[in-house]
Design a protein around this ligand. Sequence first.
Ligand SMILES: NC(=O)c1ccc[n+]([C@@H]2O[C@H](COP(=O)([O-])OP(=O)(O)OC[C@H]3O[C@@H](n4cnc5c(N)ncnc54)[C@H](O)[C@@H]3O)[C@@H](O)[C@H]2O)c1
Length: 276
Amino acid sequence: MNDQPFSRSALDLVGKAAIVTGGAGILGAHFCSGLAECGADVAVVDLDAARAEALAASLRERWGRRAIGIGCDITRPEAVQQMVASTVEAFGGIDILHNNAATKSADLEAFFAAFEDYDLAMWRSIMAVNIDGMFLVAQAVGRQMIKQGRGGSVIQTASIYGAMAPDQRIYEGSEYLGRPINTPAVYSVSKAAVLGLTRYLSTYWAAHGIRVNSITPGGVRSGQNEEFKRRYSQRVPLGRMAEAGEMVGALVFLASPASSYITGQNLIVDGGLSVW
Ligand SMILES: NC(=O)c1ccc[n+]([C@@H]2O[C@H](COP(=O)([O-])OP(=O)(O)OC[C@H]3O[C@@H](n4cnc5c(N)ncnc54)[C@H](O)[C@@H]3O)[C@@H](O)[C@H]2O)c1
């Protein structure tokens, strides 16, 4: 608690230790870099250990922070325990958790299959990462934060399609990295569950001073074809897709003391898509 006038140092993360799951991904790399730029030590956690370590090395070099790369499959409870133990050993504790990993699976044909044909095993494998994995990481880190007794900030990445339904018409002629795309129901449902978990944990851990909020990104420009970008952008009040770096301000705000009275909220970063 703090009755001082606002200071820009409220956005300072120096001396804070952060975990970012899915840290080697398209958005994850920007999130890790933004936290390090604002002063945090960062554990880059990803299924892809080599990319996680390469990013951690670049954070150490560029920002002079303590950064570590940890290969971890967040669907495996023992791997999650080990990841949390390694982070505590390296940094002495954990102040910020960004629960950000999600999967499209390696089998894109099955991932993008029509709802009427959707395979239960595929459904479960997506849920296993997007929500079960998020639960496991929140559980292990929350336990550690409670033990430390100094509060903490948990931020969970949802998606605009967890908050609203996709306009199915935008997928006509749309491609991502050269193949037709859509948003499967399992993705929307898993991301809606992220919002539920966030609200639940925000009240559950409030007495420990642990704040829990979500970030909801709208569509970010990466490998989509021009047709998709055109159709998507037409629906957005700001008239374009997001750039990956535009998600970072929301994370730093929610991670920092600048948001000390905010918990259980969902910060939507969608160029206004969900407003009209
Ligand atoms: N990019 C977008 O347009 C967009 C829009 C809305 C929401 N999001 C959300 O933002 C987050 C980041 O998205 P992104 O675009 O960077 O995705 P991405 O696919 O580039 O990154 C996801 C990362 O998670 C890792 N991962 C997958 N399964 C894992 C597991 N079992 N254990 C540990 N790590 C695992 C992957 O290796 C990858 O590096 C996701 O939660 C995604 O759903 C993205």
